[in-house]
Design a protein around this ligand. Structure first.
Ligand code: PEP
Ligand code: MG
Length: 523
């Protein structure tokens, strides 16, 4: 009867909600609330009165409750997909995830997880939702391959944080691989080898053992500096979002934080943190670093980092719109409290500030004027001010920018996307959008040359610095500080200790003269 159907539906919604809250708590402990926040978003869908009412109306018309729910959610998903907006399309994936969860409860199969495999396996999927990914058991899921997605998707970020080898955006053909096929997954090179011969398996296993041995050897020496054979020291810093990340960074041998992505304070909590709340986070972060430098990047909202509660207008090209510093100029109500919080913290801890998405000289002049005014009001000391070099104009005019700031930090993720005109979250362009493309490397070279002439220093905080090949070339190009993802710190340090600056410089010169990213990688 409809009454019984509605009860059944209500109870499935309640169970799903409880499950999501539990998941949030578990993942928060394991990976931090940043990674866990997606489950709060999912739980929020289940509070959507419209969805619930539409389903109940269908149930009242004597439809099966599971069917009613599925129909209602599917029509909402179709609406989102029709909007042709990648962010909303992403929300459609989340909504479908929630839909499945409720259905599992209604159909009494709640405990069957898609990856409940008993033998350690490589998972192949069309795409994985963030919640699928966070639920993977690293002891059973040795790695995964998705047909869709992108290297900077939520799924890829969670996989990296969990240390699960993965290949994303592999294309639909991977879906034809039969269940039970033996394979070797090489996440470093994005390669999947099918039906390997016994001797291939043996050599892969040997390599795997070697990698594990190397990782623990590197970890043992993580506190040593990255000093090359010819005595050149590179500073190895960390990219962090939260205080817990900073604690882990120090444990892994970071010499400071080269990029704190402050927008995650806004993305995570579902509300705008107050000046006091931000001040406390920055001070805590400084304490966790024990006097090591903390580079705070001011808000970089926009592009793929949308903050729903700000209700910002939808843009056709969000990566080319009111993003980063442009949004800060438009929203002093967000920017000024942040600057005040940073300067208040700077009275107590070792802080540098850097500004994202700087494009014109006017951007820098304006931001320095605003920043200086806040500093004077707060009565804080002068601290180092730098800009992100992530828009080609900043690299091309680096000689001009270098006169105005203390340092540059190159964001290779965006510099690659804007230099090559390839959306960084586009699955079909994932392979070509390579930071080692010589066009991007020449941008880096120009930036370092211009900075050096003005006696300024250059860091790189984009993903290219976290990769052995990228790090080697960047150091060879004269980059002084690499700011990288925490788990890679011991590896990058150890690699640089084995190299000589002279060789890395030669490598960098060869890279600049290559014609393609593939040629650079082959070096
Ligand atoms: C970058 O663009 O390389 C960068 C470090 O910033 P984000 O990834 O946050 O855009
Ligand atoms: Mg960027």
């Amino acid at each position: 009867s409809p009454t019984f159907g509605k009860k059944q539906f209500k109870s499935a919604i309640d169970s799903a909600q409880k499950e999501l809250n539990k998941l949030y708590d578990e993942v928060k402990v394991r990976l931090g609330s940043n990674q866990a926040s997606i489950f709060l978003v999912h739980a929020e869908f289940l509070n959507d009165d419209e969805l619930l009412k539409e389903t109940e109306d269908l149930i009242s018309k004597k439809h099966n409750p599971a069917w009613a729910w599925q129909q209602t959610v599917q029509s909402r998903i179709d609406q989102l997909k029709n909007l042709d907006d990648p962010i909303l399309a992403g929300r459609a994936v989340d909504l479908s995830d929630v839909c499945q969860r409720v259905l599992r409860h209604m159909l009494g199969i709640a405990d069957v997880s898609p990856a409940a495999s008993r033998t350690p396996s490589v998972l192949v999927a069309d795409d994985l939702t963030p919640s699928d990914t966070a639920n993977l058991d690293p002891d059973l899921i040795l790695g995964f391959v998705t047909a869709k997605g992108g290297p900077t998707s939520h799924t890829a970020i969670i996989a990296r944080a969990m240390g699960i080898p993965a290949i994303v955006a592999a294309g639909d053909t991977v879906l034809d691989i039969a269940n039970g096929t033996n394979c070797i997954l090489d996440g470093f090179n994005g390669k999947l080898y099918l039906n390997p011969q016994p001797e291939d398996i043996e050599s892969a296993e040997q390599l795997h053992e070697e990698i594990k041995r190397q990782l623990s050897a590197d970890y043992a020496e993580r506190l040593l500096p990255a000093k090359t054979q010819d005595e050149h020291v590179i500073e190895i810093f960390a990219n962090v979002n939260r205080v817990a990340d900073a604690v882990k960074a120090v444990e892994y041998g970071a010499e400071g934080v080269g990029l704190m992505r402050t927008e995650f304070l806004f993305l995570e909590s579902g509300k705008t943190p107050t000046e006091d709340e931000q001040y406390e986070v920055y001070v805590e972060m400084g304490k966790a670093l024990g006097g090591r430098p903390l580079t705070i990047r001011t808000l970089d909202i926009g592009g793929d980092k949308q903050v729903p509660h700000l209700n910002l207008p939808k843009e056709d090209n969000s990566f080319l719109g009111i993003r980063g510093i442009r949004l800060c100029f438009a929203r002093p109500d967000l920017f000024l409290p942040q600057l005040r919080a940073i300067y208040r913290a700077a009275k107590e801890t070792n802080i540098r500030i850097m500004f994202p998405m700087i494009t014109t000289l006017e951007d820098v002049e304006q931001v320095i004027e605003i920043t200086e005014k806040v500093r004077a009001e707060v009565g804080a000391p002068k601290i180092e001010l730098g800009i992100m070099v992530e828009v080609p104009s900043a690299a091309i005019l680096a000689d001009q920018f270098a006169k105005l700031v203390d340092f540059f930090s190159i964001g290779t993720n965006d510099l690659t996307q804007y230099t090559l005109a390839m959306d960084r979250v586009h699955p079909q362009l994932a392979k070509q959008a390579d930071a080692l493309n010589p066009a991007v490397l020449r941008m880096v070279e120009m930036t370092v040359r211009a900075a050096t002439q003005e006696g300024k220093w250059v860091a790189v905080c984009g993903g290219a610095a976290s990769d052995i090949k990228g790090a080697s070339i960047l150091v060879g190009l004269g980059v002084k500080e690499l700011s990288i993802t925490v788990p890679t710190i011991p590896t990058i340090k150890s690699h640089l200790r084995k190299a000589s600056l002279k060789d890395l410089q030669a490598l960098a010169q060869s890279a600049l003269n290559c014609r393609t990213a593939a040629e650079v990688r082959a070096l």
